[in-house]
Design a binder for this molecule. Structure first.
Ligand code: GLU
Length: 467
């Protein structure tokens, strides 16, 4: 029986999650879904100074919005401290870890000596027990840290799904601190790399898909996993996402929180589509649905080089999805945008979406078009003076009279417009433009009869009467 696939997203809630971060959730989610496995959410909140509940909330909101639903979690590392300490206790017992009394000042002095000798700074193993070795006397008043006994020979090798074969010699790694200083007998705060290892083992993670800023942690994590008697998971280290200026995407460099895109009128499926392509490909396919993505996703087509965010491309992808999305599904999203403006949509909204979605790239733009159906527009003074001229006023009055009397359908509205044009010897634009300015607030719209038919008759008459 093959092992059930289990992936995880393990964000640190130390800033508002941006698109570069959420892509590290998308791939493990998709890989679990594509293989009938489980996707686990783990909040890595051990940096208590920088972690905030507000950042956790944005992570949960962003994932809910995009439909990246975890099968398990959120687990919080701060709630698992007792478990990490238990494992450290067992490692001390088993001789896999040891107390180290080197003070921070001594470590610094060691580092300086090594740097001066052009050596790579590393812990020198002073307190590492070896058969036949006598350890220094334990100094007064120094609280020890606990270090992992890293293997000294051989190498760590893994077949990274993005980077290919990676090999790191063990003599390049020193003995990692796994618990911070505490009085002998206590176990101090477990360190980040150690918590990740215990979690990945306990949560039975089979595939670790994460940003390549963690690639240096991997050999250390693999050594600890093996020391604890487990086989490491498969690793895929994703290249960085760059912002439009070519810098690593980060809050400091102006990256927006994922939820900003929801508020700006982007569709979850378009975001999934766009983010999926930032580092993965399926031939030349640019536009695909969530379902297609889940059918196609694999770890063999992850890109090896950094991907660059491009907002214009994202808008284009969103526009394609707006066109593909049935009007009934767009309407509630546009209704939400209208509600933010204090406007209450109604049963006309799906048809309104159908009429205007071709010309929009976000649901905010679509709400701009829908707005005059729910609140009178304020036409620009230049448009009024340019289009609503004395020459056309009599025709506008006649059209209003005719529209008061026809069945309220596009064909009948069209007949009323044509009859008015004929009676006044006008061409279509001479009448259509002022009507659009008065009713929609702009001279450019889709065909006049279709635009008017979706309005309430009384609104059209009131706006025409305001001439
Ligand atoms: N908490 C880490 C981060 O937010 C991820 C660690 C991991 O995926 O192993 O970058």
């Amino acid at each position: 029986m093959s092992t059930r696939i289990r992936t995880r997203f393990a964000p640190s809630p130390t800033g508002f999650i941006h698109l570069g971060n959420i892509r590290s959730a998308l791939y493990p989610w998709a890989f679990a879904r594509a293989n009938g496995g489980d996707f686990i959410l783990r909040i890595e909140d051990t940096d208590q100074e920088r972690s905030t509940q507000a950042a956790v909330d944005v992570i949960l909101e962003a994932m809910a919005w995009l439909g990246l639903t975890p099968d398990e979690g959120p687990y919080y590392q701060m709630q698992r401290m007792a478990r990490y300490k238990q494992v450290i206790g067992e490692m001390l017992q088993a001789g896999l870890a040891y107390h180290c009394y080197m003070t921070p000042a001594e470590l610094e002095a060691l580092r300086e000596r090594q740097m001066a000798a052009k050596l790579k700074p590393r812990y020198d193993g002073t307190w590492r027990p070896e058969p036949g070795k006598t350890l220094p006397p334990i100094p007064e008043g120094v609280q020890p840290v606990i270090r992992f006994r890293n293997p000294t020979h051989g190498s760590v090798v893994w077949d990274d799904k993005v980077k290919g074969r990676v090999e790191i010699r063990n003599d390049e790694l020193d003995d990692l601190v796994i618990a911070r200083q505490a009085p002998l007998g206590d176990i101090g705060t477990p360190t980040y790399n150690f918590c990740v290892v215990v979690d990945d083992i306990d949560m039975r993670i089979t595939h670790v898909i994460r940003g390549d800023d963690h690639v240096n942690n991997t050999p250390r994590q693999i050594n600890i996993i093996r020391a604890l008697g487990h086989e490491p998971p498969v690793y895929a280290h994703l290249p960085t996402v760059l912002n439009e200026q070519g810098e690593k995407m980060s809050k400091r460099h102006g990256a927006k929180p994922v939820t900003w895109y929801r508020d700006a009128g982007f569709l979850p499926d378009a975001m999934i589509n766009y983010l999926a392509r930032l580092g993965w490909s399926h031939g030349d396919d640019e536009i695909f649905t969530r379902e297609q993505f889940l059918q196609w996703f694999d770890l063999d087509h992850l890109g090896r080089s950094a991907a660059q965010f491009d907002e214009a491309k994202l808008r284009w992808v969103n526009a394609q999805h707006l066109k593909m999305t049935p009007d009934e599904r767009l309407a509630p999203l546009v209704a939400e945008q209208l509600a933010r403006r204090g406007l209450q949509a109604d049963a006309r909204l799906p048809a309104i979406c159908g009429l205007f979605k071709e010309r929009c790239d976000t649901t905010v733009a679509l709400a701009d078009w829908a707005q005059p159906y729910y609140a009178a527009p304020t036409p620009r003074a230049e448009d009024l003076s340019h289009y609503v001229t004395d020459a056309v006023r009599p025709a506008l009055r006649e059209l209003a009279a005719r529209l008061g009397d026809v069945p309220w359908h596009a064909a009948d509205i069209n007949a009323a417009v044509k009859a008015t044009l004929a009676a006044h010897g006008l061409k279509m634009p001479q009448l259509a433009m002022p009507v659009r300015v008065l009713v929609m607030g702009t001279p450019q719209t889709p065909s006049l009869d279709a635009v008017l038919a979706l309005h309430r008759r009384e609104d059209v008459l009131a706006r025409l009467a305001a001439v």
